[in-house]
Design a protein around this ligand. Structure first.
Ligand SMILES: NC(=O)c1ccc[n+]([C@@H]2O[C@H](COP(=O)([O-])OP(=O)(O)OC[C@H]3O[C@@H](n4cnc5c(N)ncnc54)[C@H](OP(=O)(O)O)[C@@H]3O)[C@@H](O)[C@H]2O)c1
Length: 293
């Protein structure tokens, strides 16, 4: 394969794993990979392997055309700029516009499940970006990543310590997948130049009670699910010191689960990679120490 693949957000956790899988699993030559980031100095290890490193900051729209020059396939990793409404969409649109100007031949983008039918606060960013990509007329792959298993490493250690998990998700179900599996499937899309819309999920959709039982099984720690409403959940999170926009986002995610909008299971991961996704149980067992911390 001689196409040049550029990965934005290459210093982030997902970007690092995508590049790892491109090299190790899909045998893409490091010289055909451009790792683009706001902080190229963080990519010395990749540069030492022969990966090309470049600066790319979506907030500096004027610089992006040069950053994407000579690139055949571009992965736009959605940014983490959630604190200012609308900022992320502006950033992503700048990347798409630069891709058009630079003559990029294929765009892949990390979206979320059903952004057109979602209660999650950041869904409009993803929907707007998907639409901008479709309107660009560049062949594309939208890769809609489900909620990461990894997100539970933020909340579950505290829940398990307290023995209580406050949630407004009710008996709604969610299917989650590991960040690393998302990276593997995205690398497969980039290596093959696949087009279309893919939704990466696990094989099971689980209620909070089922997830709590898995956490207990993995750690040996009891965990009661405590149902609360959205307002109570938001107040509790703000009281615990979470910034308002983070609390609002997490409450909206619980509301989305309660409404059944994250109850989506596909086999897209297996179709792309030929593998089974890591189950939540296996993920919790592998991360028992972090969950029990
Ligand atoms: N599905 C899920 O459950 C889930 C969970 C968390 C996040 N996400 C989304 O997936 C993305 C990647 O996840 P992650 O786990 O790798 O998160 P992360 O490690 O926090 O990475 C944040 C990413 O945002 C990029 N970024 C921030 N500002 C940018 C800018 N101005 N221009 C270009 N890139 C910018 C960073 O790139 P550099 O630092 O390299 O510049 C980095 O790749 C997140 O940014 C978020 O949109 C999804």
């Amino acid at each position: 394969m001689s196409e040049t693949i550029l990965v934005t957000g290459a210093a982030g956790q997902l970007g690092q794993r995508v590049i790892h899988h491109l090299i190790e699993n899909y045998r893409v030559a490091p010289a055909n990979i451009v790792a683009a980031t706001r902080s190229p100095e963080k990519l010395a290890t990749l540069a030492a392997k022969g990966v090309i490193t470049r600066k790319a900051d979506f907030d500096d729209a004027a610089s992006l055309e040069a950053a994407f020059a000579g690139v055949d396939r571009l992965l736009i990793i959605s940014t983490d700029a959630l604190d200012t409404p609308g900022k992320r969409l502006t950033q992503h649109k700048a990347a798409v516009a630069a891709a058009v100007k630079a003559g990029v031949k294929h765009i892949a983008y990390t979206s979320m499940p059903s952004p057109d039918n979602s209660l999650v606060t950041f869904a409009p960013d993803h929907l707007g970006t998907e639409n901008a990509i479709k309107e660009s007329d560049i062949p594309y792959a939208i890769v809609r990543d489900a909620w990461y298993h990894d997100n539970y490493l933020h909340s579950m250690p505290h829940n398990l310590q307290a023995g209580k998990w406050f949630t407004s998700a009710g008996d709604g179900k969610i299917s989650t997948i590991s960040r690393d599996d998302c990276a593997l499937a995205i690398a497969s899309v980039l290596a093959a130049g696949s087009t279309g819309i893919y939704t990466l999920t696990g094989k099971q959709s689980l209620t909070p009670k089922e997830i709590a039982a898995i956490a207990t099984e993995a750690t040996g720690k009891p965990l009661d699910v405590v149902p609360v409403n959205d307002e109570q959940l938001g107040q509790g999170m703000r009281g615990a010191g979470l910034p308002g926009f983070v609390a609002d986002m997490l409450v909206s995610a619980d509301a989305n689960i309660r409404a059944g909008k994250f109850d989506i299971v596909t086999d897209d991961f297996t179709r792309l990679t030929g593998r089974e996704p890591q189950t939540l149980k296996d993920y919790f067992v592998a991360n028992k120490a972090a969950l029990s911390a």
